[in-house]
Design a protein around this ligand. Structure first.
Ligand code: NAP
Ligand code: MN
Length: 255
């Protein structure tokens, strides 16, 4: 198979990267970082998020295998030492598909695995929020964040948004520091919607920051950010029989 290697430079020396390449080749696979079928990422979740952006044009053809190298690595069931086992019995693992979020503004289109958010670091962000063309509220506060189920344990969780099992097809809207008083009010809780919901955040995009996963856009133009679940999916390898509840316990509870 054609294998891509995407490593976090800070945690993998050139020497270790070369020995990983030698190992892959010695197992009769070919290194092809341009059109890989499998991409091993070495690092944490941030490393996988970056690899997903790199391979966006061919995302459907790629299976990502995140190898945990010292970070939280919420996405990863594997260590670097598992590479041989993975390559020799690839089909005995589970390939799970996680839909990416899509954001549209002006002529631009962005994709994200975790979340797309809009924030105004300079003054109160004011947005009219529409769901499927129906008016919900005029939000005032620091920002709004739209998360996927797999992203619900990331920034969304810090906002007290619900954790959504990735087996549920949904999209979640959460508030970042809403202003609520006699004059202004918003829903004040996270809103979980079906995966075909169209979330439209209306208001001038100059002076806002549009964040998506580890990336930001500070020069967006237009008057509307529309966020949906896209038809692009990230395929990520998992161990069979992998328990989501156990994973939540180990990652967030720890006792
Ligand atoms: P980062 O600052 O290293 O990420 C923050 C932490 O979130 C890291 O520990 C990361 O794991 C973890 N993480 C990423 N995706 C996750 C998920 N789906 N579930 C649970 N934990 C997750 O920055 P980064 O590595 O470039 O990641 C970008 C992400 O950071 C964004 O998508 C956003 O969700 C998150 N973020 C969170 C906050 C917040 O909670 N207030 C603020 C900004 C950004 P690793 O250590 O393995 O990378
Ligand atoms: Mn990180």
């Amino acid at each position: 198979m054609k294998i891509g290697l995407f490593v976090k430079q800070e945690v993998v020396s050139k020497e270790n990267e070369n020995s990983l390449i030698s190992k892959i080749v010695s197992l009769s696979h070919e290194i092809d970082n341009n059109h890989p079928e499998i991409v091993f990422t070495v690092g944490g979740d941030g490393t996988l998020l970056k690899a997903i952006q790199k391979y966006l044009p061919i995302i459907d053809e790629v299976t990502f295998v995140p190898l945990n190298k010292g970070k939280l690595a919420y996405f990863s069931d594997f260590k670097v030492e598992d590479i041989e086992e993975i390559l020799s019995s690839f089909s005995s693992f589970d390939k799970k598909s996680y839909p990416l979020l899509r954001g549209r503004f002006g002529n631009e289109e962005i994709y994200a695995l975790n979340e797309i958010r809009i924030e105004n670091p300079f003054k109160t962000l004011v947005r009219e929020v529409y769901i499927n063309d129906e008016y919900l509220e005029t939000f005032r506060g620091n920002g709004l964040l739209v998360s996927s189920p797999i992203g619900s344990t990331a920034y969304n969780k810090s906002l007290s948004g619900a954790v959504i099992s990735p087996n549920v097809s949904a999209i979640e809207l959460s508030e970042i520091a809403p202003i609520n008083n006699r004059l202004y009010s918003s829903l004040k809780s996270s809103l979980v919607l079906p995966n075909n919901a169209v979330i439209s955040l209306k208001g001038d995009l100059s002076n806002v920051v549009i964040g998506y996963d580890h990336l930001v856009n500070t020069s967006a133009k237009g008057n509307e950010l529309v966020i949906t679940i896209s038809d692009k999916k990230a395929n990520i390898l998992k161990r069979k029989g992998h328990s989501y509840i156990k994973h939540l316990n180990e990652t967030f509870v720890g006792k």
